[in-house]
Design a protein around this ligand. Structure first.
Ligand SMILES: CC(C)(COP(=O)(O)OP(=O)(O)OC[C@H]1O[C@@H](n2cnc3c(N)ncnc32)[C@H](O)[C@@H]1OP(=O)(O)O)[C@@H](O)C(=O)NCCC(=O)NCCS
Length: 186
């Protein structure tokens, strides 16, 4: 089969049955890319797969909260989380977090497909107007991907992440980005 004939990943919303695979992918990503995520793997390893149940958005009638997964050969190889704000004055916003693609499946458009599917699903959510995210400047591939998808930079927080303490501390800056689902809305 020629490289061009390799089927793209299947992208779909995760269900409770996917949470064990989601946790495995997530923990592996947190461990491999500690500069990319605010969550630390030592803390998250203690969480059960069921602890991620609220992220599926099953009880949210308005939409805008979900986990998306990318599947190749039936295996979960990538994912992201969209979480709609709970406060009434922030309900028009949702935050994209924890995007990860297993390195064995990187560089084939899986990350781009996940973000495109996220934007399409978010457009179906009643009253949702914008998606925000923060991304470490060290995650250059992710920054490029978000900009290609149409996210705009609006801020930079130097030393947003601190890994380690004292003389061992390493700092990472975070870019803040926004995507407007309905650009004509001021
Ligand atoms: C960032 C991340 C999710 C991207 O996933 P991915 O599946 O590799 O993303 P894509 O394949 O869509 O794009 C990656 C690159 O492959 C290229 N690409 C996509 N399809 C391709 C193809 N068929 N042939 C060749 N290159 C291709 C893209 O142009 C892009 O190039 P660039 O890095 O020069 O900009 C992944 O690298 C990752 O998990 N990184 C660590 C965690 C992280 O930083 N997460 C973001 C937290 S905010």
């Amino acid at each position: 089969m020629a490289a061009d004939d390799v089927p793209g990943p299947e992208i779909r919303r995760l269900t409770p049955a996917d949470l064990a695979a989601y946790k495995a992918l997530r923990d592996e990503g947190l461990a491999r890319h500690e500069d990319a995520f605010a969550a630390d793997v030592e803390t998250e390893r203690a969480f059960s797969p069921e602890s991620y149940l609220p992220r599926l958005g099953l009880s949210d009638p308005l939409g805008g909260t979900f986990l998306l997964g990318a599947f190749a050969g039936g295996q979960l190889v990538g994912g992201l989380s969209l979480e709609r704000a709970a406060l009434r004055k922030l309900r028009h916003t949702a935050t994209l977090t924890t995007m990860v693609v297993h390195p064995a499946h990187g560089g084939r458009g899986t990350g781009a497909a996940l973000v495109a599917a996220c934007l399409a699903e978010a457009r179906q959510a009643h009253g949702l107007e914008m998606i925000t995210l923060s991304v470490s400047t060290s995650s250059a591939r992710a920054v490029r991907l978000y900009e290609r998808a149409g996210f705009e930079r609006w801020g930079l927080l130097p030393h947003a992440l601190r890994i380690g303490d004292g003389a061992q501390a390493r700092y990472f800056d975070k870019l803040y980005m926004v995507y407007r689902l309905h650009p004509k809305v001021a």
